[in-house]
Design a protein around this ligand. Structure first.
Ligand code: IPE
Ligand code: IPE
Ligand code: MG
Length: 246
């Protein structure tokens, strides 16, 4: 699979909705947290695979704003898993040239989580091989509303003119300001929806859906998605014949 990937045609940024941990666990007669724990192994493998082929940005949807509505025991379990994983993996990320970022409403996360995340972001800040962006307590509607407020405040304070608001300015106020838009979005576990993830940034992304549950998704599955992406024609509103003209 790896040999088939064209290194000249890689997506710069891949975003993933890691879904299906609960169902994966249920199929095995285990509780949902067992699925989340196994999902961590997939995260490790896909991060490794991304760095291997030269993906520059990888965004992982780990916890949505809506996920706060799950049973308290699951939410707490997820937060603890997040902290223990970051603690365990931070040095490896550093060693492997991975830089960690977080997008989302960090203020809503427990303090012990925020502290651990800040430490990991700090120790990996010098890296530039792969930018790993965790979407935590994230939702697009939150992000867009937040960006709108920041822009409105600047207009009110006379530091920004309404006439100067354009797509680039808007992008600069999103949580993803430093990153290019994803060219490829993958969702595992057979659901065909976006679930409040990167609505603005996915405007022209190629969407890839697989029935594989997240805990079974490994770098080979990731390479397969990249290969599928490379065989698509991205027209951006044009017609096919225009694309091959010099
Ligand atoms: C994705 O798996 C992980 C998170 C949302 C945190 P789910 O927990 O949504 O698993 P399913 O969709 O119930 O199988
Ligand atoms: C989306 O998955 C959020 C994450 C993967 C973190 P969900 O499983 O929460 O999405 P819905 O609720 O089924 O749409
Ligand atoms: Mg789900």
């Amino acid at each position: 699979m790896l040999d088939l990937i064209d290194k000249q045609k890689l997506p710069k940024h891949v975003a993933i909705i890691m879904d299906g941990n609960g169902r994966w666990a249920k199929e095995r007669g285990k509780d949902r947290l067992f699925g989340h724990q196994h999902g961590v192994l997939s995260v490790r493998d896909v991060v490794e695979g991304s760095a291997e082929i030269g993906i520059q940005y990888l965004t992982l949807y780990a916890f949505s704003t809506e996920n706060w509505n799950r049973p308290v025991s699951e939410v707490n379990g997820l937060m603890e898993l997040l902290v223990s994983t970051i603690k365990k993996e931070a040095e490896t990320l550093k060693k492997n040239g991975v830089r960690l970022y977080v997008i989302g409403d960090m203020e809503s996360l427990p303090d012990y989580c925020v502290q651990e995340l800040h430490e990991a972001m700090e120790i990996t800040a010098g890296n530039d091989r792969l930018n790993l962006i965790l979407a935590l307590s994230y939702s697009s509607k939150w992000e867009i509303t937040h960006a709108t407020k920041k822009i409105a405040q600047k207009v009110k304070d006379n530091v920004l003119d309404i006439a100067d608001i354009n797509e680039e300015v808007f992008k600069q106020h999103l949580a993803t300001a430093p990153f290019p838009d994803p060219e490829l979005m993958i969702r595992t576990s057979g659901e065909h929806r976006i679930s409040n993830f990167l609505l603005y940034q996915l405007a022209y992304a190629e969407l890839y859906f697989t029935h594989t549950h997240w805990p079974d998704f490994r770098k080979e599955n990731f390479f397969e998605a990249v290969l599928n992406y490379q065989n698509r024609e991205r027209r951006f509103g044009k017609i096919s014949e225009q694309l091959n003209q010099a």
